[in-house]
Design a protein around this ligand. Sequence first.
Ligand code: GLY
Ligand code: MN
Ligand code: MN
Length: 431
Amino acid sequence: MRYLPIDNQLFITNRQRLTQLLKPKSLVVLNANDIMPTNADGTMTFRQNNDLFYLSGVDQEETRLVLFPEHPDPKFRELLFLRETSELIEIWEGHKLTKAEAEQVTGIPQKQIYWMNQFETIFIQMVYEADFVYLNTNEHTRAGVAVQTQDARYVDEFRQRYPLHRLERLAPLMHQLRAIKQPQELPLIQTAIDTTETMFRRLLAFIKPGVWEYEIEAEMMHEFLKNRSRGTAYSPIIASGANACVLHYIDNSAQCQDGDVILLDIGAEYANYNADMTRSVPVNGRFSPRQRAVYDAVLRVMKEATQMLRPGNLWDEYHREVGRVMESELIGLGLLDKAEVEKQDPDAPLYKKYFMHGTSHFLGLDVHDVGNKYRKMEPGMVFTVEPGIYIREEKLGIRLENNVLLTESGNIDLMATIPVEADEIESMMNR
Ligand code: GLY
Ligand code: MN
Ligand code: MN
């Protein structure tokens, strides 16, 4: 891996935290993600299953983790199955984890680490001791369903082989655990953020009229790759002028024009953790008065929203409150009419014409990380805060996005050192 080794206490603790949530006599099985095909013999880059990674640290395909914390025989309480390597694999694909290395990574004793082809022989010795079997599914509310994942295939396989076992959903437990970031996770997220900051400072010196959006993407990639990142946390949005009003614009193919604002929604990945930053900067280094007015409105909303991200608050109420702040900013900008707002349908507030997405989401191993929106906010949660105003008729879209860690006493802005004040952005672009 290009990232530095992670303290395996993170994975040991995570397994212990999961154990506390299981029903008595429970068995848990987690699978690695597949290597996804492209065309012919092409494949996409491997991306580990985040739950398997969270509980083991193994960043390799064809891996299975089995937990049975109350098994009478201690050697069956934690098991790891790995892809057995060979000279051929070493030659074509390179090094794969040895059992000794896997012990280092996971904290699981080597004598409990096996090759994958031994799985059934060993598993059958354990499975009949279990009253409950937790299997994993993707329960993100906007999960893509186009492909059958390794986890989904395993649910089918398990049901066929052991039809009378009681299956339990692992996903809600993983969501509960992953929502609260552990001490070893925070430096990993911060590394992704720091790399994102370095990249953004480089872009401020690079952006000018005439550069192409994809040239900016190339600058970005250079900075990410040389900092031990695999690249971007998500498809970067590099959207100048009217493109900024297309929320998921990822073509990044236009030439930046004098007088436009460019929206940059870019975050680095590091060790499977993510940063998620947005900045909007003037292509020529100076905001017009109108651009500046919209910019400052978005920034005020971001600051107010950040204040509201604190333990005890509820997701829906927070979003409603941010909506009210945005409403008054849009009235101030002359985009909404106060009298119209007063008689609006509360279920279809008028501000959504200009601010049509949510203000915050959980952030972690997934960019839109798992977590339950009905759970009160708690210390250890990491959220984005990302208000925006998109005015298609003015070919202007401005969004600002920072990442915030909730603490006992409020929150810490993990992006506090990344320039965001309009004056600072302008002065850095005009050096
Ligand atoms: N970059 C994705 C998002 O902001 O949610
Ligand atoms: Mn973003
Ligand atoms: Mn975001």
